[in-house]
Ligand binder design. Structure first.
Ligand SMILES: [Zn+2]
Length: 182
């Protein structure tokens, strides 16, 4: 992959939103959160509103080469962050035995060397990958399980829409509803 346009995410986005993709003046964004402090959600709220407006309505913009105005639209394609910032940006808890955001409810985790470790990721390899048969090099077991089910964006959005958020503040007592996956 020489450019993000070579990636499957970009191609799938173009297939899903052909009108957006057909206009070369529209932009695709990556949101990098490295270096933000833990209260990033305060800053993200107005940004989310602006990004929704950029996606839905666009913004009138001056095109210098033609001297004309046009409507620029934008889409966030990626977020770039470390694992701890991932929790704050996405709302997915990165702590505890269920924290792997890829395996989700099918996670294999355990306590090792004083911390929770996430194992079993050879399940994501192709079925005939040589590492599946190696035992001594890993945890002493071969891996014959199927890869976990991948959730669609619509399914994840439906889960997010069921979340109940507590008020912000250091003095607010929060209880985790039993319906939360993680
Ligand atoms: Zn995992």
């Amino acid at each position: 992959m020489r450019h993000p346009a070579d990636g499957e995410a970009w191609k799938e986005f173009d297939r899903t939103f052909p009108v957006f993709a057909a206009d070369p003046q529209n932009v695709r964004l990556g949101l990098a959160t490295d270096g933000f402090n833990p209260s990033i959600d305060v800053y993200l709220r107005p940004l989310v509103d602006e990004l929704k407006d950029l996606w839905t309505n666009g913004v009138r913009t001056y095109d210098k080469p033609t001297g004309k105005m046009f409507t620029l639209r934008a889409a966030v394609m990626w977020t770039v962050n470390d694992f701890s910032a991932y929790a704050i940006v996405s709302g997915w808890s990165t702590k505890g035995y269920m924290a792997c955001p890829l395996c989700k409810e099918n996670v294999t985790s355990g306590w090792h060397a004083g911390k929770v470790g996430y194992l079993g990721h050879r399940r994501w390899l192709p079925w005939d990958h040589e590492w599946r048969e190696k035992d001594k090099e890993f945890d002493g077991n071969t891996e014959h399980r199927l890869r976990p089910r991948e959730w669609s964006g619509d399914e994840i959005l439906e889960q997010l829409n069921r979340l109940v958020f507590s008020p912000f503040g250091k003095t607010v007592t929060r209880t985790k509803p039993s319906t939360h996956l993680n």
